[in-house]
Design a protein around this ligand. Structure first.
Ligand SMILES: NC(=O)c1ccc[n+]([C@@H]2O[C@H](COP(=O)([O-])OP(=O)(O)OC[C@H]3O[C@@H](n4cnc5c(N)ncnc54)[C@H](OP(=O)(O)O)[C@@H]3O)[C@@H](O)[C@H]2O)c1
Length: 220
């Protein structure tokens, strides 16, 4: 499988990238983003764009792919719906449509979030993204809705406040096996999430929306 990953500089995307590079059936990975993900690997190539909306000039580098994993995301804190939707909805769907046009038969996995089924502004935007992706003619598609994620070694959140919280909570990470058993609906790890997103684009997920317990089940 030839895979495109978005968001590999962030916590979720870095976990997916690590699992993808380790997976035997992943032949090549193209990481698209604003900054280098800082990983060197024979399977990995990076495409850096200062503005992700501006990719018309590099379309020739975007063909020949089997699947895309989308882990770009921002916090809704302090944003109105238009600003939050610009990245969460418009950027995601612009790329999803372009990649599908350039790669008929593409599979797609989207990283949503726990609570996306709710009524708040951010959840409504997420539902629109999930619904639009579900209606597109991908070969295989799905949306994961993780809750709390224990990052793998060396993986950090790009969101400063979130990273600070992770550092404070890190002593609890010794209880990961217990937390996975006791709270599978709230808690996962970047390894399980990365594997679950790969399973989605491989067509091995049994539903479109994968809540945390589903992520732990198929990514375990
Ligand atoms: N971390 C969690 O515990 C958690 C839990 C549930 C759901 N999620 C969801 O998972 C997704 C990824 O979260 P994360 O924790 O990996 O976040 P993160 O560590 O803050 O990383 C965010 C990623 O998105 C990219 N990005 C943000 N805005 C962008 C823009 N305007 N243009 C291009 N790239 C942009 C960042 O790239 P740059 O390096 O260029 O900034 C980075 O790669 C989000 O949708 C988040 O809501 C995360």
């Amino acid at each position: 499988m030839k895979l495109v990953i978005f968001g590999a500089t962030g916590m979720v995307g870095a976990g997916v990238l690590r699992e993808a590079l380790a997976a035997r059936d992943v032949e090549a990975v193209l990481s698209v983003g604003r900054r280098s993900c800082g990983v060197a690997h024979p399977k990995l190539r990076e495409l850096l764009l200062s503005e992700l909306f501006d990719f018309a000039a590099v379309e020739d580098q975007l063909t020949g792919h089997d699947a895309c994993i989308w882990a770009v995301g921002i916090s809704s804190v302090g944003l109105d719906e238009a600003a939050y939707a610009k990245v969460t909805e418009e950027l995601t769907l612009t790329w999803a449509r372009a990649l599908l046009r350039l790669n008929p038969g593409l599979s797609f996995c989207y990283c949503s979030a726990l609570g996306a089924g709710g009524r708040s502004m951010w959840a409504r935007v997420r539902q629109r993204v999930e619904g639009s992706l579900r209606a597109m003619p991908f070969r295989h598609a799905g949306a994961v809705r993780p809750g709390f994620i224990r990052p793998g070694p060396g993986i950090r959140s790009r969101t400063r406040a979130y990273q600070a919280g992770l550092v404070l909570l890190s002593p609890l990470f010794v209880f990961v096996p217990l937390l996975l058993r006791a709270l599978p609906g709230l808690f996962t790890t970047s390894e399980r999430l990365g594997r679950a997103m790969l399973r989605v684009v491989e067509g091995r997920a049994d539903r479109f929306i994968l809540e945390s317990a589903d992520i732990n089940r198929i990514g375990g």
